[in-house]
Design a protein around this ligand. Structure first.
Ligand SMILES: [Zn+2]
Length: 156
C-alpha cells in the first residue's frame, strides 16, 4: 500500500468516464484524497472511493487511525518489497517494449479498443503494453514502472 499524497496516484471513480480508473491526487484532506485528476480524460473532480450508489458493507478496511500513525513510519521491508515489485514491472515492461519499432505502437485514444499485448503510446505516460483487458471499457496498461487502468472504447 503506497502512501497517498498530492501528486501521487490513486484509483478513483471518474465522474466523467463513469469508470473506476487511475487518478492523480490534486488535494489531500488529512490522509484522504479529496480532489483528483483522471489519468484517462484529464477531468478534475472530487475523489470517490466507490462508484455512486455502492455502499461500503462488511468492510474489512483497517480504521483510519492506523493509517495516519503509519504515515511517518520509517521505510523498511515494505519499501524493499515495493522496490522489488517495481523492478519486476520495469523488467516486464522492458521485455515487452524492447526492439519494437515505433510503428508497432498505437496512440492511446479514449475511442480506441485494445487487446492484450498491444503496444500503446500515451501522450503523458509514454510507451506501454496492454497487460489485461478488464472489460470492453477498461484496459490495464503497463507503462514504465507503473501499471495503470485506463478507459477504452469510449464513444465521443
Ligand atoms: Zn475520466
Amino acid at each position: 500500500m503506497k502512501k497517498l499524497q498530492a501528486g501521487g496516484e490513486v484509483d478513483s471513480w471518474c465522474t466523467k468516464c463513469r469508470l473506476f480508473l487511475n487518478h492523480r491526487i490534486i488535494a489531500m484532506m488529512g490522509s484522504k484524497p479529496v480532489r483528483v485528476e483522471c489519468s484517462t480524460c484529464g477531468s478534475h473532480h472530487n475523489f470517490r472511493a466507490r462508484p455512486p450508489g455502492v455502499k461500503e458493507t462488511g468492510s474489512v478496511r483497517a480504521p483510519s487511525a492506523t493509517a495516519s500513525t503509519a504515515t511517518r513510519a520509517p521505510r523498511q521491508s515494505t519499501a524493499t518489497r515495493a522496490a522489488a515489485a517495481e523492478l519486476a514491472r520495469e523488467q516486464a515492461w522492458e521485455k515487452a517494449i524492447a526492439g519494437r519499432a515505433i510503428a508497432d505502437f498505437r496512440p492511446y485514444k479514449l475511442s480506441a479498443t485494445f487487446s492484450e499485448g498491444d503496444l500503446v503510446r500515451h501522450s503523458r505516460f509514454g510507451d506501454g503494453v496492454v497487460m489485461r483487458v478488464i472489460d470492453s471499457g477498461k484496459v490495464e496498461i503497463l507503462f514504465k514502472g507503473e501499471a495503470r487502468t485506463l478507459a477504452q472504447g469510449v464513444a465521443d
